[in-house]
Design a protein around this ligand. Structure first.
Ligand code: ZN
Length: 569
């Protein structure tokens, strides 16, 4: 889970006592790239022209109009991925037609490439990280339509584990927008492309495929390439070396989009196997007393001097280890990882431990458990969905922190908090989650979990509750999308210590929802990511704040609204 920084003093305490500690391992990874031969490129262009002509003739596509098309981010983490971030950008468009290695990206930097044969990278490469092969195999990162349009072509069925330059064909979707521009979404996972076909419309934010490594590619990534109505390559990023009138992104991200993508506890450092074998992350969240503990952090766009403070906290709240680290050796890594070995004491406290990092004023947390193998299991800590989560979809992955000494788990799910008539009562072996399918719409559910081993049965976890929303099916009349964006009054208000804030979006967009005190100082960041069209609700927990009035502000690429709320303690 990622928390916004509520207490500035907490961070000060954090860093005051932490020493710089060199990692036990880590570094950077080889970033994926691609190459479309002149031959492949002209074949694609010819094919798209034929498709466009025929669609125009049958009236399935209208003539290009002079309207602004703005892109949303073309990637989404699927709901079974629990990391904070999941991608980075390895290559931008090369604006310098000279070669080899004569490189100019939109920001006049060199984060692009060309080849000896004269290919200048014509798109943006979004790589998935950490562990792109695992992400592809688990279908964790979806490719989305960046703008609404009509499908010009879909290619699927091609081999998707390319590791080096070759002549393979890629799996791709091509979407033509109403201004006549066309977006290429390339290298998709085999069999993942949208079931929609040529001539069908897609919405902005609609699923197109899964990030893969089909075609002329060296690893899993999305090659996103845009052509204008005349067929010329355009770079959506506005910058000193790409002086377009305005960015084609609804909300252009920073050139260095630094993020702590993931925080994990592991049994050992990660292993990057020979391409295309999936990586071995060595993730481990259930430990026994005395086990080796590896604490690992995975970054995108980590810059020299950016400091991270790490802390491992025991169940009783005392600090087991704290340290800090910053990149010192080079100015920038697009993808980096670092890990530290911290063996647990043989008499380590049992219960729920936390591995925490503070990076760029945000707190990131990862939970793990420590068990005593000679006793019955401790009570299970539930992780997801959050207690009280609202309007969830009708399939949910219920997840908890595993226990190293559990032989099995028992999960009970009911529509009543007394669990009298459970809808699910199951014993699960070696699992840390339950895939709960076909839930009723508009229904409240309660769930709890306990573990068993040879010494007995542990006590029940807390009971958590959540409710489902209406079906999100496009054909459902009840699910018309909001016509206008809007921010609702929080409920309850006044509140103590937490309250719900809802907002609605007529289309998918990048959303920031932040809370400020009366001095205008940011006290919480509740949303900072791409969101789907529809109604969303978040919980604001003000446990660490003092009574008073607070502002909350919703900002999208074209909408801003501020409301206030009152905390009374
Ligand atoms: Zn590319």
């Amino acid at each position: 889970m990622k928390y916004s920084l509520l207490f500035l003093f907490l961070m000060t305490l954090h860093s005051a006592s932490a020493q710089f500690v060199k990692p036990d391992g880590g570094g950077s990874i080889d970033l994926p790239s691609d190459h479309l031969s002149t031959e492949q490129r002209s074949k694609i262009m010819q094919n798209l022209e034929i498709k466009l002509d025929s669609l125009e003739r049958i009236g399935a596509i209208s003539k290009a109009k002079a309207i602004d098309v703005r892109f949303s981010w073309p990637l989404r983490a699927e709901s079974h991925l629990f990391d904070f971030g999941y991608h980075g950008i390895s290559n931008f468009v090369d604006h310098n037609s000279k070669f080899p290695s004569v490189l100019t990206d939109y920001n006049c930097g060199r984060r692009t490439y060309d080849t000896n044969s004269g290919y200048n990278h014509a798109g943006i490469d979004f790589f998935t990280w950490p562990f792109g092969w695992n992400k592809m195999d688990n279908s964790e990162v979806a490719v989305l339509a960046a703008a609404p349009g009509v499908i010009l072509d879909v290619a699927d069925g091609n081999f998707d584990r390319s590791c080096s330059f070759n002549n393979n064909s890629w799996n791709a979707v091509y979407v033509r927008h109403s201004d006549g521009s066309v977006a290429w979404y390339g290298h998709l996972k085999n069999g993942s492309a949208t079931t929609k076909s040529i001539g069908e419309e897609v919405e902005e934010g609609e699923y197109l495929g899964i990030v893969g490594s089909s075609g002329n590619s060296t690893g899993p990534h999305l090659h996103f390439e845009v052509h204008d109505a005349s067929g010329n390559v355009v770079d959506p990023f506005k910058g000193t070396c790409n002086q377009i009138e305005s960015s084609l992104w609804q909300s252009q991200r920073d050139y260095y989009d630094s993020e702590l993508n993931a925080l994990h506890t592991q049994s050992a450092g990660p292993v990057f196997n020979q391409c295309p074998s999936p990586e071995t992350p060595n993730y481990k969240d259930g430990f026994l007393m005395g086990d080796n503990l590896v604490a690992a952090a995975y970054y995108r766009d980590q810059l020299q001097g950016q400091n991270t403070t790490y802390k491992i906290t025991t169940p009783s709240g005392s600090t087991f280890r704290n340290w800090n680290h910053s990149l010192s050796e080079i100015p920038h890594y697009s993808a980096s990882y670092w890990y530290w070995n911290y063996p647990l004491p043989t008499q380590a406290e049992i219960g729920l431990w936390t591995f925490e990092a503070v990076f760029q004023n945000e707190i990131y947390r990862h939970n793990f458990s420590v068990s005593d193998p000679d006793t019955r299991p401790i009570s299970v800590y539930l992780e997801s969905p959050q207690n009280g989560a609202e309007a969830l979809e009708t399939s949910q992955l219920l997840r908890w922190v595993p226990l190293a000494d559990a032989d099995e788990y028992e999960i009970v799910i009911s529509k009543e908090d007394n669990f009298n008539q459970p809808v699910v009562e199951e014993t699960l072996l070696n699992s840390r989650d339950f895939d709960f399918q076909n839930l009723d719409e508009n229904t409240v559910y309660f769930w709890k979990v306990r573990a068993r081993n040879e010494h007995g049965t542990g006590s029940w976890s807390e009971t958590r509750t959540f409710n489902t929303g209406l079906s999100t099916s496009i054909n459902d009349e009840n699910t018309e999308l909001p016509a206008e964006p809007g921010l609702s009054q929080n409920y309850p208000n006044p509140f103590n210590p937490s309250t719900q804030i809802s907002y609605k979006l007529p289309r998918s967009t990048y959303v920031q929802l932040k809370v400020y005190n009366l001095l205008g100082e940011e006290v919480a960041s509740l949303e900072n990511s791409q969101k789907r069209a529809g109604t969303h609700s978040v919980t604001f927990d003000a446990s660490g704040l003092s009574s008073g009035i607070y502002y909350y502000r919703l900002q999208t690429s074209d909408f801003l609204e501020v409301k206030s709320m009152t905390l009374i303690k």
